[in-house]
Unconditional design. Structure first.
Length: 289
């Protein structure tokens, strides 16, 4: 059986609502205390960004309240029934997501430390929690497939991200699990992509510019092969040929074609960044479910 779980930190208010909804029919006292804790976020119009801006200039944040709500929901026993255990796990992770979101938006606007690093460390915690949860359900070691952008998936230590003091999920998984973590990247030369022009903006389909000369994608385009997978781990010949740092395109939530070179490229040593890559010469934008 397969479960699908989220690991990002953006839905602070929706996550808080789900924690209360889970607790209410199971323990009214716990639910009331959680509701009281989350009331700290009420003045900010259900906007995590508005909370972050306020928290950056105030000494009284909602950090303690978010952690108190997580402690409260953690007191509820884990059900023996597997389906009910899923709902319990979801409530726990939602409460943890509120804690993560509070930290992320507070740090983002305070500028005192890396909000990127805070976010990816929280992703690591969620992946580990999912693995432990599935192991508890099946009594066998949990196996997870984490779907994230290349800049989260690949080992940041092998990219120019490291020079900016940034780590990521792939790096943390490699440090924790060694070769037990398989890092796979996706690259393309041309095609379409779904993104927005700004954070929080409406998604739309863009036609990507052709990958820049000197990039991995442009090199792979030169093979004339429309799509292929390339195993890097244990492939000495390929690893040697691709050892030098090259440009790599990274389009995420936002696409800014007018400043693509500055906004969407990093330097990366591919064999150290990924264990394998999958290349599509022409890709197609994802279709929303």
């Amino acid at each position: 059986r397969v479960g699908i779980y989220g690991m990002d930190v953006y839905d602070l208010y929706e996550a808080a609502d789900s924690v209360v909804s889970y607790a209410q029919p199971r323990d009214a006292g716990v639910a009331a205390r959680i509701r009281d804790s989350y009331a700290c976020f009420a003045p900010y119009n259900r906007s995590a960004e508005e909370y972050g801006r306020a928290a950056a200039v105030r000494s009284d944040t909602c950090r303690d309240e978010a952690e108190a709500a997580l402690a409260e929901i953690s007191r509820l026993p884990r059900p023996a029934d597997p389906e009910q255990a899923e709902y319990h796990f979801g409530a726990l992770r939602s409460a943890a997501s509120v804690v993560a979101a509070e930290e992320y938006f507070r740090v983002s606007y305070a500028g005192t430390e890396s909000s990127w690093n805070a976010r990816d460390r929280r992703m690591e915690q969620t992946v580990e929690a999912v693995a432990a949860h599935t192991e508890a359900l099946s009594s066998t070691p949990g196996k997870t497939i984490s779907w994230s952008h290349n800049t989260h998936t690949g080992n940041a230590a092998a990219t120019s991200m490291a020079s900016q003091g940034e780590l990521n999920l792939g790096q943390l998984m490699r440090q924790r699990h060694g070769l037990g973590a398989l890092l796979v990247g996706f690259l393309s030369y041309s095609g379409t992509v779904r993104a927005a022009t700004e954070w929080g903006g409406q998604g739309q389909v863009f036609t990507m510019r052709l990958a820049l000369p000197g990039s991995h994608s442009e090199l792979f385009h030169q093979t004339g092969i429309s799509a292929f997978s390339l195993l890097l781990r244990g492939n000495a010949g390929v690893t040697s040929a691709l050892q030098s740092a090259m440009l790599q395109r990274a389009i995420g939530v936002v696409y800014l074609p007018q400043t693509e070179a500055q906004s969407h490229y990093i330097q990366a040593r591919l064999p150290e960044q990924f264990d394998a890559v999958i290349f599509f010469d022409q890709s197609s934008a994802v279709t929303a479910l």
